[in-house]
Design a protein around this ligand. Structure first.
Ligand SMILES: *[C@@H]1O[C@H](CO)[C@@H](O)[C@H](O)[C@H]1NC(C)=O
Ligand SMILES: *[C@@H]1O[C@H](CO)[C@@H](O)[C@H](O)[C@H]1NC(C)=O
Ligand SMILES: *[C@@H]1O[C@H](CO)[C@@H](O)[C@H](O)[C@H]1NC(C)=O
Length: 481
């Protein structure tokens, strides 16, 4: 797979000078970390490399993940979480510290950082405008800090935005314009990005359109669909992605920046937690997208290669389900690094996804409802809601992967999820006279009763290192007494 990463990443590895002149082509992936049991950083970096994924987008600047990316050649977009925007906006010194600690240090350690994402979808309407004020000043301060650190040629700033920062008044791409409440702000951000060589980063989600609007034409969400195409003054749109992307191009054109480079920061389809979130649709969408961009044809308004990051690499079981139960199921890999379906990224010799290697599991045992317990036991309902509230029951429900379980299966699923999240501790399978531990896998059909992976403590060695120094001193002290 490494040949497929091209001369460019080899160039970067051999001679960091090359990093100034080339960016790799090829599909990127989002690496999120909201998991109760994240895979070890090194395992994930190996997963990226073995799948020929040449670039990765992070949502923060997790030290261990960045350290694991050192000398991998993989291009990195590091992220600044929204809750840090205000302090970075108010203090240039804070921005300089952020760049020093979270960019310079890692670049010196051969991490190929190419972008800083300032905030993550900060103008989502659900945030009630909380991040409207600090985003641009934070962007300006981070850019100043990059210049001061001598990194502004190598590392570009951007702001990943949700696609609802723009819309079309005519429902055709040519009617595209930025949202009225943030129109002036968007104009200033775009101007700043353009002046500083930063791309416009946008997240585009046909799945969410389908989820939010029961009348959305399902076929139009896909790339091989049979929806009736949209004719926009001679430009023909066969799928929602192209139309949405070009709505942005028109919005940029209207404010005088029609040529600003665009990165698709997130694109993907979830596999569970909703009737439209399943393996078949996810495979169809993601493979369709890969095929769509592989020829470098682009969209009617932007012919040429599309720079995109799949959302996402691995499932995250600790994400908020406020947007919907599907939120924990966006990965092309399961939480333990197994491919969910056949997906040809065009980057491996076999054309298949390569699973994570060396993943350490807990024992093969599960917590289920005891056959002696009764379904109408008054403890059942509170026990299930306790377990589901603290673990993950998003695979239960109408037309989900475990939607066909009977009542007993439902209860067992909830108990097991709680038990596994708690590392199979005996106390975590003590629902009052309802539960028992079994060594027989209760999985049925598409419904997987998972066994958890070994907990991974980021930086465990380092902490252990300092711990042993402390114990050493305690020992000396004791000996002196
Ligand atoms: C560096 O990034 C981490 C992770 O996002 C954050 O917690 C930390 O505060 C940042 N460091 C500085 C000096 O801002
Ligand atoms: C946004 O505003 C609404 C109505 O004023 C309020 O109910 C909600 O809690 C707010 N959300 C956040 C994230 O502040
Ligand atoms: C199983 O649980 C789901 C989600 O809580 C519920 O919708 C479904 O009706 C349950 N099935 C049975 C047979 O109890």
């Amino acid at each position: 797979m490494e040949e497929k990463m091209g001369w460019c990443s080899w160039g970067i590895r051999l001679l960091s000078l090359f990093a100034m002149v080339c960016t790799v082509s090829g599909i990127g992936a989002n690496w999120g970390t909201q998991s109760t049991h994240p895979l070890p950083s090194d395992t994930v970096v190996k997963l990226l490399r073995e799948n020929g994924i040449p670039k990765v987008k992070l949502f923060d600047a997790n030290y261990d993940n960045l350290r694991a990316l050192a000398r991998s050649g993989i291009e990195v977009m590091v992220g600044i979480p929204n809750d840090m925007l205000a302090s970075l906006a108010n203090s240039l010194k804070a921005a300089e510290k952020w760049v020093q600690k979270n960019v310079s240090t890692h670049i010196n350690n051969n991490v190929n950082i190419r972008y800083v994402a300032v905030g993550n979808e900060p103008f989502l309407e659900t945030y009630n405008g909380t991040y409207v004020q600090p985003t641009l000043p934070a962007l300006v301060n981070i850019q100043s800090a990059l210049i001061k650190a001598g990194l502004s040629n190598q590392v570009r700033v951007t702001v990943p935005l949700n696609a609802d920062v723009y819309a079309s008044s005519t429902s055709l791409p040519s009617g595209g314009d930025f949202r009225t409440d943030i129109h002036e702000l968007m104009t200033n951000i775009v101007k700043f990005l353009s002046e500083n060589g930063g791309p416009f980063t946008v997240n585009i989600y046909p799945f969410i359109s389908l989820y939010a609007d029961a009348n959305f034409p399902t076929e139009y969400a896909f790339f091989d669909g049979n929806a009736s195409p949209l004719n926009d003054g001679g430009n023909i749109y066969y799928n929602m992605f192209d139309a949405n992307h070009d709505t942005l191009v028109y919005a940029l054109q209207k404010i005088g920046y029609g040529n600003l480079p665009i990165i698709v920061g997130e694109i993907g389809w979830p596999t569970d937690g909703d009737r439209n979130a399943n393996i078949e649709y996810a495979r169809r969408f993601n493979q369709g997208f890969m095929n769509h961009i592989s020829g470098g044809k682009g969209t009617p308004m932007r012919p040429g290669p599309i720079d995109a990051y799949l959302f996402s690499l691995i499932d995250e079981d600790a994400k908020s389900i406020a947007p919907g139960n599907f939120e924990r199921h966006w990965g092309i890999f399961t939480f333990d690094g197994l491919p969910k379906y056949a997906l040809n990224l065009g980057t491996t010799n076999s054309g298949a996804l390569v699973p994570a290697k060396g993943v350490q599991y807990l024992e093969k045992k599960w917590c289920v409802m005891s056959p002696k317990a009764k379904l109408d036991d008054p403890q059942v309902a509170p026990s299930v809601s306790y377990a589901c509230g603290r673990a993950d029951c998003t695979s239960l429900g109408y037309e989900t992967s475990c939607g066909n379980l009977d009542a007993l299966g439902n209860i067992s699923y909830a108990f097991n999820s709680y038990y596994q999240k708690n590392n199979q501790r005996d106390e975590a399978c003590k629902f009052p006279s309802l539960s028992m531990i079994t060594k027989k896998d209760p999985s049925v059909g598409s419904c997987r009763f998972e066994t958890m992976i070994q907990p991974y403590y980021a930086g465990a060695e380092r902490r252990f290192g300092s711990l042993s120094i402390v114990s050493f001193f305690i020992l000396i002290l004791l000996m002196a007494l």
